[in-house]
Write a protein that binds this ligand. Structure first.
Ligand SMILES: [Zn+2]
Length: 414
């Protein structure tokens, strides 16, 4: 967080006529006085420009001929705990050389800004840590003004791009229970979100990858993704040399979905006593066996005894999970997975058919996981943060704002 006072040690003599100027610490201004406005509860720092010349933006000659002044008041960092504003005259020059009029450009304030840049930076950082609403209330600034500053600075901060070697593709739902997904691209090595796209289709991803230059695209060695064909097609088209890595958590999720579908059907067709025994086993079935409590294990065993078909499915699911936990390398994993597929096929469990198809279609990407064990789980890990952002930003008016929020908060921007 910025302070109104510089970090290095210094001393100001109150008798020094330059004392206030040194306190303000803005190279372009000399302070002629400080006034306290009790009605506004605001410190007004009266300033004058240090230089009596300005550079003509048209012909780059120095001009000394001022032909207009207009008064300007901009907010600055708080002074002794009170809101503070700088009051000064902005000068309009007339260039003696090219005859054009121009307004002087100030380093400390953006051309039409209502706050100094250093104050904008502080507002931005505070918005990032809390909310736009809280900051506008605390600072007695309009919501629109603070919002505008936040998004302007956010866009500038996230424009930084660095070569990415391991790209993660994942998605999050904008609203709970909505089929409204956005695609998140992340740098898996640095654990940072690098882009948020409004749609999760092939065209959107291709267009984004096209916006990178060839060197950026070539830098990507690996892409981790869930088993979603449009991503794969886009990556194969735009990053032909990148290795595709099927995210293990999504592979597991696919299998769990099959188990859930099967459980539903079994439950529907069961007689009344069996139904009773199967009740409440929905999550126990898909949960990692090692994480069950004793009571849960007991309940699950009862359900599995009631339905041999369910028991068989559950066993296959746990065997599959074990391969991901224990296979020593890619070769071992390939052979274990092949054995698993043979067992699953001979089990006659039709519910596994879609998963077996997925396994065959995504064989290489799934095996690639065993090369270096990367996953796109970053976004999963960020889920709580995303939820918090969504809650805070209750009333995000558009996707762009949501995108910037996500990028700023999950980008490690200093
Ligand atoms: Zn000029």
């Amino acid at each position: 967080m910025l302070d109104s006072i510089a970090n290095s040690s210094w001393f100001v003599n109150a008798d020094d006529p330059q004392a206030l100027t040194r306190l303000l610490d803005l190279a372009e201004f000399t302070v002629s006085g400080v006034e306290y406005d009790a009605r506004l509860d605001c410190m007004i720092v009266l300033c004058q420009p240090v230089w009596d010349v300005a550079l003509c933006p048209n012909c780059q000659q120095l001009s000394t001929h001022v032909h207009q002044y207009h008064r300007r008041v901009v907010r600055d960092l708080a002074w002794v705990g009170r809101p503070c504003a700088l009051e000064f005259s902005v000068r309009r020059f007339k260039c003696a050389h090219c005859r054009r009029p121009f307004t002087e450009v100030l380093e400390a304030i953006s051309p039409h800004g209502r706050c100094t840049r250093r104050y904008e930076q502080q507002l931005f950082e505070r918005c990032r840590d809390t909310t736009i609403q809280a900051v506008s209330r605390q600072e007695q600034l309009g919501y629109k003004l603070v919002e505008g500053i936040y998004y302007r600075l956010a866009a500038r901060h996230v424009a930084v791009t660095r070569p990415v070697r391991r790209l993660g593709l994942d998605e999050i739902a904008l609203k709970k229970g909505h089929a409204d997904f956005v695609l998140i691209l992340s740098d898996l090595e640095r654990s940072q979100i690098i882009a948020v796209l409004p749609e999760r289709n092939k065209e959107a991803l291709e267009a984004y990858l096209d916006s990178w230059d060839a060197a950026q695209r070539d830098a990507i060695e690996e892409v981790a993704m869930d088993l979603w064909l449009p991503y794969r097609l886009a990556v194969e088209a735009k990053l032909p040399s990148a290795r595709i890595n099927g995210d293990r958590f999504h592979v597991m999720k696919n299998l769990n979905d099959c188990v859930t579908t099967a459980r539903r059907m079994i439950q529907r067709q069961a007689d009344a006593p069996t139904k009773q025994q199967l009740k409440g086993c929905r999550w126990l079935l898909v949960k990692n066996q090692d994480n069950l409590t004793d009571a849960e294990r007991c309940k699950l065993e009862q359900a599995l005894r009631a339905s041999p078909m369910l028991a068989q499915l559950h066993q296959l699911k746990e065997q599959f999970r074990a391969i991901f936990e224990t296979a020593a390398d890619r070769t071992a994993a390939a052979s274990q997975l092949q054995t698993w597929i043979a067992t699953a096929e001979s089990s006659g469990l039709q519910h596994l058919a879609p998963f077996l198809t997925t396994l065959r279609n995504w064989w290489e990407p799934i095996l690639n996981y065993f090369n270096d064990h990367i996953t796109s789980g970053l976004v999963e890990g960020l889920n709580n943060k995303v939820k918090l952002i969504k809650r805070r930003a209750y009333g995000f008016r558009n996707f762009e704002h949501f995108r910037l929020r996500l990028l700023v908060e999950c980008h490690g921007v200093a």
